[in-house]
Design a protein around this ligand. Sequence first.
Ligand code: PLP
Length: 396
Amino acid sequence: MRVSQKSLRFTESVIREMTRLAHRHGAVNLSQGFPDFPAPEIIKQEAARAVMADVNQYAITWGAKRLRDALVAKQERFTGMAFDPEREVTVCCGSTECMAAVMLALVDPGDEVIVFEPYYENYGPDAILSGAVPRFVRLREPDWSFDPAELAQAFNARTRAIVVNTPNNPTGKVFSRQELEQIAALCRKWDAVAVTDEIYEHILYDGAEHVGLATLDGMRERTVTVSGLSKTWSVTGWRVGWCLAPPELTNAIRKVHDFLTVGAPAPLQEAAAVALAMPEEYYVKLADSYRERREFLLPVLERAGFKPIPPRGAYYVMTDISDFGFPDDVAFARWLVAEGGVAAVPGSSFYSDPAAGSQRLRFHFARKRETLEAAAERLQLIRTRLPARPASLTRG
Ligand SMILES: Cc1ncc(COP(=O)(O)O)c(C=O)c1O
């Protein structure tokens, strides 16, 4: 039977494939970015209460009122920006659905969408599904900065949107205010929308500051700010995310969202409202706990023979694997999961041109200390297991 051309233009998620391989080989899974530690008690209790209180039917399609109110209150508390819960908020099934709904709502086939690479792998299929033509702009190591001239050249009259993910997956880059000002100036010049994925907004290290693009001059009316519960509250399986955008954009996003999923899980929206009201201290502890994990994992990776590029935010670390002598990242990742007992993600899955990531591997550290220690034990042995001629291994 025939399937759509669209569906043929992207492959199955490499990240989720690595998770399956991790299960098959009994490996420590540092590939797909989700925590293996418990979610906060207070929000689990509220979710259970809501289920038992029979908050079990469809919520309002664009989000339960209690959650939308909590969202705008939290946004005001952290950024000083006021949003209208009735006209500027859409709650979706995770930020993943938000991103897809935003692209489908704002982009016409043939419009261009600028995406920084390496990128979170969903942005590619999102662009294809909405008919957008992606234009990639490279973030370059070691600080993952972009060339302002290259960015300026990527904008043109067909540019409809730019996707900015800060703090960034997979690099851990936190875009500076100056970089965001450059992006903002180009959005204003070319009348483009900024879609900012801020799902790691509270996971920051070394004094890095998270700046929301919507807070910059002239950007509130042309920015869609996407975030969600998954990372900050360690509940990736709940599938609750949201976006904040001016009313005309929100109108279109809400319509697409309604016909995609009707709405996010009603009882979990109640729990999300409790999550968003948590005190400042919660966020400080969260960032501290990830800083400790990062500080544990970076030297482990170095000792094992990787060259990690320290992240300034989010919970991933990109590494250079060139010292291992493998022909490419996929061969290395498959070898590492089967023979080394640790799963990570091949760097090529974050680039439009796989060659650009062929000597990179991404680890995540949203793991309990014991899990990271188990990974460390295995990683310290990998050099002793290296095949005699790794260059002869192929992707196969
Ligand atoms: C940058 C980024 N955006 C979005 C998501 C998915 O978020 P959600 O669980 O809200 O769909 C992830 C998950 O890894 C991510 O890394």
